[in-house]
Design a protein around this ligand. Structure first.
Ligand SMILES: C[S@@+](CC[C@H](N)C(=O)[O-])C[C@H]1O[C@@H](n2cnc3c(N)ncnc32)[C@H](O)[C@@H]1O
Length: 318
């Protein structure tokens, strides 16, 4: 059997080049349009024009591993085979997973102040958990706010669409560089220092790890099921990848999953005021559910409705 061009070529790291001619694989505008359509349909992600090189370099790995020559072949195979593992790899390749411990730090004192005033045990959902830094920061905050014994009853559900980042999150191992900005107290209380083969690494302590449950969940899947309600939902730096109609759909799913008076934490450049009436802005990128314990909406719930339909129709890409 004749080897394909990809099989004959020696392995090398992804080229990120601007000219199409210098690329290893044929990648046309039609291919990119198809990728955009498929990732929007499967994960809600809107890829803008300037993500073209990124899509090329990330998916070129898939072509190499499947021994294919062109993006068209790959996309045909993806759609024809309907293989869940290839769809998972396709999605994993196109997500952006940047995160950090105690990122957007102003949210954590708000959470720490909020949870002791709630009926116990509290539960928090971290809905775009990436490699785990965010759900572990939430768990650490719960321990600081509720004490070791109070926090033992608490729980953090950490979900993400990307199975690769979830595997890293579950391991709870990080480079020391990723935690060096934390206070010595936090470092000592929440991390174990790696030795020998793990020198230069830290591991999240089992007491922190025990509060967090990891699961794969696609926020844009209309059928996802969660059994419990949450006191707080973290949905940070993921909505920026969704267009406005998708954001509205995601937020509509959050509403019944939130306990009365629950808080929704958004990323620094995310504004839900004009996307939903179910949450009102309470502070810097922190929203509160506008439904009380009886299920009635609080009076401020009507804000922003006129603009909402305009924005929902406009759509955005990142
Ligand atoms: C930029 S990271 C943000 C991580 C963390 N929330 C933070 O703010 O540091 C965005 C995460 O959203 C996840 N994501 C993208 N689309 C998703 C979807 N449809 N459902 C669930 N997670 C998604 C990505 O896999 C990625 O890990």
């Amino acid at each position: 059997m004749m080897a394909t061009r990809a099989q004959q070529r020696p392995e090398r790291s992804d080229p990120v080049r601007s000219g199409e001619q210098s690329r290893d694989f044929e990648f046309t505008s039609a291919d990119f349009a198809r990728i955009r359509e498929l990732i929007h349909r499967s994960a809600g992600i809107s890829l803008s024009d300037h993500k073209r090189d990124m899509a090329y370099s990330r998916l070129a790995r898939r072509l190499r591993s499947r021994g294919l020559d062109t993006f068209k072949q790959y996309l045909d195979l993806l759609e024809a085979e309907n293989d869940p593992a290839e769809w998972e790899a396709f999605t994993n390749a196109l997500t952006t997973n940047l995160t950090a411990f105690f990122r957007e730090a102003h949210h954590f004192p708000i959470l720490a102040d909020f949870v002791p005033r709630r009926a116990q045990p509290v539960s928090v959902w971290c809905s775009a958990a990436s490699t785990g830094e965010e759900p572990y920061s939430i768990a650490m905050t719960l321990i600081e706010a509720l004490g070791d014994s109070g926090a033992r009853q608490a729980s953090v559900l950490a979900t993400d669409i990307d199975t690769q980042v979830l595997a890293k999150a579950e391991a709870g191992m990080y480079q020391f560089d990723q935690v060096k900005h934390l206070s010595p107290e936090r470092l000592k209380r929440f991390f174990l220092k790696g030795t020998g083969a793990h020198a230069g690494m830290v591991k999240v302590r089992p007491e922190v790890r025990a509060l967090v449950r990891f699961e794969q969940l696609n926020l844009t899947d209309r059928d996802y099921q969660l059994r419990s309600q949450f006191d707080a939902i973290f949905c940070r730096n993921v909505m920026i990848y969704f267009d406005k109609p998708t954001q509205a759909q995601v937020l509509a799913r959050f509403e019944p999953l939130m306990k009365a008076g629950g808080l929704l934490f958004a990323g620094h450049s995310e504004n839900f005021t004009y996307v939903t009436q179910a949450f009102k802005l309470r502070g810097q990128t922190v929203y509160e559910l506008t439904r009380d314990a009886s299920g009635a909406r609080t009076p401020t719930a009507t804000r922003g409705s006129a603009t909402a339909s305009h924005q929902a129709a406009s759509g955005v890409t990142v």
